[in-house]
Design a protein around this ligand. Sequence first.
Ligand SMILES: Cc1cc2nc3c(=O)[nH]c(=O)nc-3n(C[C@H](O)[C@H](O)[C@H](O)COP(=O)(O)O)c2cc1C
Length: 438
Amino acid sequence: MADLSLNFCGVQFKNPIVIASLETTNSPEVIRECVDAGAAGMIIKTLTDIEDMARLTQNSKYAILNERNELIKGKVNKNYVFYSRSGYSSTGFREWVPYMKELRQYANDQGSHLIGSAGGKTVQSWVDICRTIEDCGLPMVELNFGCPHPAMMPGVHGGSMIGQDPEVAAEVTARVCEAVKIPVVIKLTPDQSRLLDVARAVRDAGAAAVTATNRYTGFSVDIETGKPRLGGPAGIGGVWAKPLSLRWVHRIYNELGMPITGSNGIYDHRDVVEFIMTGAPLVQVGSVLMLKGIKYLPKIISGLEEFMDSHGYPDVASMTGVASRAAVKDYGEQFRKPRMHSEVNHESCRNPKCTICIQTCFYDALAQGPGKVASLSDNCIGCEMCTQTCPFDSTSMHTTTDEDRANATFFSIPENIFELGKFEKDFDRGIKLAKVKD
Ligand SMILES: Cc1cc2nc3c(=O)[nH]c(=O)nc-3n(C[C@H](O)[C@H](O)[C@H](O)COP(=O)(O)O)c2cc1C
């Protein structure tokens, strides 16, 4: 059986699944439930001294939307969009002290960890909150430089406002790192283009790791009423955000090489695997547990274990970053690869009933011939679209051995091919068939 345990910044986790800082970790009862369900760690909902960010949680608004941007009533599937607005923990950080001590022990007894999360009003408050967390015996603290909501709270400077400014982010990180001995993890905001600069700055200021990432800020419209959902801008996430989060995990892993915890877009164990393969060996599961309940957590953990067993990964380290290391460094690498073209297997192809490869070939390399798909391989640029779209796996890519074609760098678009009226009129039998006859 695969070994799910890992050491992250000196802390030993029994598996890679930690519960993200959010409503689920805003109460001792639910934190205990997470421990019982097998979580390797729970990050407390951000502790703060910003009154309005604590008050905002008492005024939270949530909307769960489907792919048609309609409210989901009932069971939530993988396409959900979580549109919501909430603040930080509404219980003051000093009031959390007895709970942190008790929950730390409860977690430790089951090989799990309670982790702190901070979001202060001033630099000194960041320090005070983190010291309090450390004094309660918690082994790690996350600084929330990613929350989208302070940016819309009058008079508040925090969350993503700090995470968008490398200098301020570095200053707060340095002050906290001077004040505590436990590893400090910086939760980054994806609402920016300078994320790598911020990650580099906080690393140089002493951060042990980064979390990539918190959620985006969005705006959602109910087209029936013409009104914005939840009254205006709010945080937005869901599995759709995963590739966007992974893009940053990938760049941090390859370019900065610092420890990463993954967040923003996990629904099931397959998403966990993607984060790990991109370079985040420890992942945070958040909103899906608000929607499906803590009882859903063991499914993610056992799914991960089964995946590792069936795919021959003995431990988390053997899976970490494999995809990022295999990625092209830049698109120029593509030019150095041998040229490919597609070929059609007429035995399994269902043409003329199915024409999906013809519809999706933008280069006029596949055309409707008499009763079957014709390949005009001179036109093929090897984009692989047909192999991605064919429902019967009837197209395949082959190395182009013809020297002239292999050396040709550019595909020249046949004249008139994109003149819409003509193209539409002649789609089935016209331009393409004419070329086949040629
Ligand atoms: C309702 C809600 C409240 C959240 N509150 C916090 C918070 O207090 N602190 C924090 O660091 N992140 C907070 N987050 C962000 C989550 O920790 C997590 O990074 C985000 O939801 C993306 O992960 P997911 O796709 O698994 O939900 C919150 C997210 C949601 C949906």
